[in-house]
Design a protein around this ligand. Sequence first.
Ligand code: ZN
Length: 397
Amino acid sequence: MTHDIDPAAAQRADRAYDDLVALVQHGPRFHGTAGIAAAGDWLEQRLTAVGWPVARQPVTLPGWQPGSVHRVAVQQPIARELPAWPMLWSGSTGGPRRGTVEAVGPQGLWGDSMVWQKFVVRSDDGDVVAYLHARDDGPAAPQPLPSGSDHDVAHLAIGRVDGLQLTEWIADGKPVELEVEADGGPVDAATSDNLIVDVPGTGDGSVLLCAHYDTFFNTVGAYDNGSGTIALLQLAERWATAPPVASVRLVFFTAEEWHLGGSRHFVDSASPDELDALDYVLNVDGLGRGSFVEAFGAPEAFSTAFRGALLQHAAVTRPDLELVTRFPPTTGTDDASFYRAGVPSAFLTFNDLHRLHQPDDEPNRGIAANVAWTVPLVEHLVASLTRPTRAAPPGVL
Ligand SMILES: [Zn+2]
């Protein structure tokens, strides 16, 4: 089957690019900041302009700010600065501190969705000065700390290659000494809103379609997740004139980067009947450059149906797609908040690893093209996926 350039898709991509540029003008959309408030107002304006009233659900979490200093400077065996970011909920070092590095071992993040390498930095008298967290792949990128972490101590994220270098020096028996400084820490409560739009269907069915619109503090997040946000906006605009058969509740979540704070609050606030009324949840998180798609779902029968419907659409529109599925799904995306409550759920991303939580995660034509491809894909999924049988929520094993 040949694949002609679709003028409608090209037009959608141009609009997606312009919308991404408009969205990122509000700066980083870190939960609790003025940037996400301004972006939320912009989204509400766009949605009401096509006739969709927006309901707001405030989400309040213990506040945290990243500070302005985040520095890791190796002094021995070779003097070198390592690019570093404070992990979310990191404490402060209270000025520059020196210490020696010990390898601790693997560190699970977002459950075990990512497994990084952890190091502890100790002063000469044995005090813990800081923890370092070396990424499994790519440059240094901040992530939230697992619950139970010591928030009184600084935690800094470093890149994979720098982590390998530390490990190698330690294995060679060379003392690794460094200076570390970070000034982030807790602040008063942080509040931003989940934005909710109800699109009535022409027939049966009830789907919750979501994307988080917040970002990490160090990025305007065009890929993560301005892209999913704009995909949902385009769907809302299309459905204003051509409604879907199933009713669709569109939710733009805040605080995804704060351990799914927005979606957890939404699920905790919903009644069992409201959750039971949903056929399934579809989460669009990160439509980056390229052709590498991850599509996870649960329970298993729904994962298989989701994969099948996606491949059916891709076969005629996107022969270059590389699709990876994983079961059970990872626990680091907003769909996990729903699956934990027993709601069948699915997650879709074009994984763009090296842009994740980076200052250069800015709008580009590759993201816009994948937004333009995803919009009709989601319409196809909503039209073709039927209510799956509920399975018991994930347990211990
Ligand atoms: Zn994301």
